[in-house]
Design a protein around this ligand. Structure first.
Ligand SMILES: Nc1ncnc2c1ncn2[C@@H]1O[C@H](COP(=O)(O)OP(=O)(O)OP(=O)(O)O)[C@@H](O)[C@H]1O
Ligand SMILES: [Mg+2]
Length: 291
């Protein structure tokens, strides 16, 4: 299969009208309900507040809730793109804080059910997207389904969210294991969520790090911890990011700190770091499957 026109000139950052490098960060967890969407929404909102042009991509076609968390009413979703009902640019909505969002659709087909042709369709749609972006945050579905792994593999950085429950730690380990063994992911950022105190976050990381360093060839970085915070729950009810609704809440302070630190990550060697790069990697397994 022919790959889409790679737009080589787009790699030349700094030219007027030419998109610069885009940092793609995937957020995943293994276990459901640990806070991936909360992390994605607030990390993205904190990036916007720091002046970064940010797109939040919801890939959870099974149970999308980025739009719900942000109080958005999308006219078109990623599901419409796959069904050829619209182009990707029609799905981009701007949240009141300036964050750009590509919503998924609840109750629709899961990413794992998409055919390779539909992945390629997504590439075409993205390459038509004429947005000037600094960061793309990708919120993933729970689990270690093929679609989740593919999005993590395609991003330059993966944040694995973990909380203090045995299933969360074992599922995070399972995710890291398959990402490192099967998908060549060499570096993972670990973020502890809903912690009682800083020590709990560090202990969670140490647990994961001990077993990973023994059995896997992957570097784990400790990104930090988000406290369990009643203000975050209230913000979810108000359908706003906590960093915007309650900027001085403990979780908001932590999200801003994590956004600041993640802006300092070096791109992994070989990363070209723009949207086409993300998409080429995204469809590589699909192309292989069709060969
Ligand atoms: N730091 C936190 N403090 C308090 N509550 C939190 C925190 N993080 C998440 N929550 C609560 O947990 C709920 C589930 O979080 P969220 O939807 O972000 O998880 P998820 O991992 O995206 O779930 P899913 O696997 O279903 O996609 C949120 O609605 C929020 O109320
Ligand atoms: Mg979610």
């Amino acid at each position: 299969m022919q790959s889409p026109d790679p737009h080589p000139s787009a790699a030349a950052a700094g030219q007027p009208g030419v998109p610069g490098p885009v940092r793609v960060i995937a957020v995943a967890s293994g276990k459901g309900g640990v806070g991936k969407t909360s992390v994605s929404v607030n990390l993205a909102a904190a990036m916007v507040a720091a002046g970064q042009r940010t797109l939040l991509l919801d890939t959870d076609l099974g149970l999308a809730n980025v739009d719900v968390m942000l109080g958005l009413a999308p006219r078109h979703t990623l599901a419409d793109v796959f069904a050829d009902r619209c182009e990707l640019r029609d799905t981009v909505i701007q949240a009141p804080n300036g964050l750009m969002v590509v919503p998924a659709a609840s109750g629709k087909r899961h990413m794992t059910e998409l055919t390779p042709a539909q992945h390629v369709g997504l590439v075409h749609a993205f390459s038509q997207l004429d947005l000037d972006l600094d960061v793309m945050v990708v919120d993933n579905a729970a689990g270690i389904a093929d679609g989740v792994l593919t999005f993590c593999q395609a991003a330059q950085d993966v944040i694995v969210v973990v909380c203090d429950e045995p299933a969360s730690v074992t599922d995070a380990y399972a995710l890291i294991k398959v990402l490192s063994r099967d998908r060549g992911v060499a570096r993972v950022q670990v973020l502890a969520n809903q912690v009682q105190d800083q020590r709990e976050g560090r202990q969670l990381f140490d647990k994961l790090e001990r077993v990973s360093s023994r059995f896997l060839d992957v570097t784990l970085n400790y990104l930090g911890a988000i406290p369990r915070d009643e203000w975050l729950r209230r913000a979810v009810q108000r359908q706003e990011p906590v960093v915007d609704a309650f900027p001085s809440a403990p979780s908001s302070v932590a999200f801003r700190d994590i956004a600041r630190r993640s802006r300092q990550w070096q791109s992994p060697a070989g990363a070209r770091g723009h949207v086409e790069f993300f998409l080429e990697r995204l469809v590589a397994p699909a192309r292989g499957a069709m060969a």
